[in-house]
Design a protein around this ligand. Structure first.
Ligand code: AVJ
Length: 320
């Protein structure tokens, strides 16, 4: 293992490999086949996701980064001094570090991610670059609750960038926020990046880029099942599909079987009709008022909101 600086701490909350086989066998056994989105993010999946973020059609990452750069001082001003910053889905920690740079005297940085490789590298680098700042890397699935390793001083600000909250349905998002509201306690804050509702063509292009990176990202799930669960998926027999559902305000991503076929995973057989789909991810979109109403239903008060001039993306500052 790499030698770590003294201000670096590692916390292992991984749910473990048994859950992958259980989720896949259970999910493929259903009439509406589905695999939870968290399993898209193995090492290859996380690398592909970083590549998605650089595709011209995928406006989310660059729009949010610009907005953060623009507004970091205002965000830091509302947050106040000595904040303990908890970043959910920290990835390369680019966005968290933007905020850390702006915050007055941050008391701790607590990146949380399900990709062990990305988390380890990014958190260790942050610890090296900010030697006075305690960095607590938490390897966990933030959908499920987990104990936060918290040094005991300062306001807690949860930071949930990238519209990762869009992976949840609206009731799940409310439940997630309500759970953290209780965990943050009085004075706690939540800074949430939320993708905005926009014309369908723009949304669908963002989830089906011309270079095929998003398709490769989705199909990587089958490669992972083949490798880790002794599966025999033929990747060429499935295709990536991303459609906007106007009744749920969500992009729904599926793997679609190109033919009638039987696939084996962990010695169990699963039949697919031609055109039968596996749901792998959804990305819910909000308008500003809709997200504020959801936050209020979860026990937060909306303090401030910023959007870019093209109204593609929003950053909300919520307090307990
Ligand atoms: C990580 C949930 C923010 O929904 O935009 C992007 C995931 N999947 N392209 C999103 C994703 C395919 C992404 N989030």
């Amino acid at each position: 293992d790499l030698k770590s600086p003294a201000n670096f701490h590692w916390h292992d909350r991984d749910p473990g490999p048994e859950l992958f086989s259980h989720a896949v066998l259970e999910g493929l056994g259903r009439t509406d086949k589905a695999v939870p989105f968290r399993f898209l993010y193995d090492k290859t999946g996380s690398d592909l996701f970083e590549q998605i973020c650089r595709q011209p059609e995928y406006y989310i990452t660059r729009t949010e980064l610009c907005l953060l750069e623009d507004k970091a001082a205002e965000i830091a001003d509302i947050a106040g001094p000595s904040v303990r910053l908890v970043e959910f889905g920290s990835g390369e920690s680019r966005k968290g570090r933007l905020l850390l740079e702006a915050l007055e005297d941050p008391a701790a940085y607590i990146p949380v991610d399900i990709s062990k490789a990305a988390l380890g590298a990014a958190a260790r680098q942050a610890a090296l670059d900010y030697p006075g700042l305690p960095v607590h890397a938490v390897w966990a699935d933030f959908r499920t609750g987990f104990r936060l390793p918290l040094p005991d001083q300062g306001r807690i600000a949860g930071f949930f960038p990238g519209s990762s909250i869009g992976n949840f349905t609206r009731p799940q998002a409310r439940h997630f926020l309500a759970g953290w509201r209780d965990c943050l306690g009085e004075g706690g804050a939540m800074i949430v990046g939320v993708d905005l509702i926009k014309p369908v063509a723009e949304l669908e292009a963002a989830y089906d880029d011309r270079a095929g990176v998003t398709a490769a990202f989705t199909l990587n799930l089958l490669r992972r099942i083949n490798r880790e669960l002794d599966g025999d998926f033929q990747l060429s027999a499935f295709r990536h599909e991303a459609h906007y559902n106007p009744s749920t305000f969500a992009i729904d991503i599926h793997l679609v079987s190109r033919c009638r076929q039987t696939v084996t995973v962990c010695g169990q057989a699963f039949d697919f009709d031609c055109g039968e789909r596996i749901h792998v991810e959804s990305s819910h979109k909000y308008d500003v008022e809709g997200f504020q109403a959801l936050a209020e239903a979860a026990g937060f008060s909306p303090q401030a909101v910023w959007t870019d001039k093209n109204h593609r993306f929003s950053i909300h500052f919520l307090t307990v």
